[in-house]
Ligand binder design. Structure first.
Ligand code: MN3
Length: 210
């Protein structure tokens, strides 16, 4: 079975003005689609790995044959991370307000980082320090504690046994058309389109499962 580019649950212009329509369009139809195509191209050499979900494939990366290892790691990671990213976002509405309703993940963020604002600042600091291309994450560890982490290229926290709750793409292709070199402004804007219902759901599932 081949992997497929997922449809978005919103239109490319619906994250405006925070993420512009052209960036969303290119990011989904070109960047993400290329990861999917390259990932599928590798399947001919090792079809048995394509009977599992993308999460399982990335968790079991050590078993992937050497000749397609980086093709699968980079493009499989790209497919997984982008699918996750689109679901982390939503058009501006009440889901974007972390305090719009009682949320366990928000309480736990406050407890862990001191306040929600301190969490936002800490995540921004990590995003700005990520040299080159990568991602910044909010993750749960095996002990059920929250951390902010960063990965290079298309690596996923699940490669290290973490449960990702939220991830921001800090590759230049994610923001350059609108924000140019101002990665910090892009991070500030992203908070307006985070879907906290999804983050809460991942937190509750990760807490039970972990
Ligand atoms: Mn990207």
């Amino acid at each position: 079975m081949k992997f497929e580019l997922p449809e978005l649950k919103y239109k490319y212009n619906e994250l405006e003005p925070h993420i512009d329509e052209m960036t969303m369009n290119i990011h989904h139809t070109k960047h993400h689609a290329t990861y999917v195509n390259n990932l599928n191209a590798a399947s001919e050499k090792a079809p048995e790995f394509y009977r599992q979900s993308i999460e399982e494939l990335i968790k079991n990366l050590a078993e992937v044959p050497e000749d397609i290892y980086w093709q699968v790691r980079n493009n499989g990671g790209g497919h997984l991370n982008h699918s996750f990213f689109w679901e982390t976002l939503a058009p501006e509405n009440s889901d974007n307000y972390p305090y719009a309703r009682k949320r366990e993940v928000v309480d736990f963020i406050e407890k862990t980082f001191g306040s929600f604002e301190k969490f936002q600042q800490a995540l921004k600091d990590v995003a700005l320090k990520r040299f080159g291309s990568g991602w910044v994450w909010l993750v749960l560890d095996k002990a059920g504690m929250l951390h902010i982490s960063s990965s290079q290229n298309q690596d996923s926290p699940i490669m290290d046994g973490y449960v990702p709750l939220m991830g921001f793409d800090v590759w230049e292709h994610a923001y350059y058309l609108k924000y140019q070199n101002k990665r910090g402004d892009y991070i500030d804007a992203l908070w307006n389109v985070v879907n906290w219902n999804v983050v809460e759901k991942r937190f509750l599932e990760g807490k039970i499962g972990g």
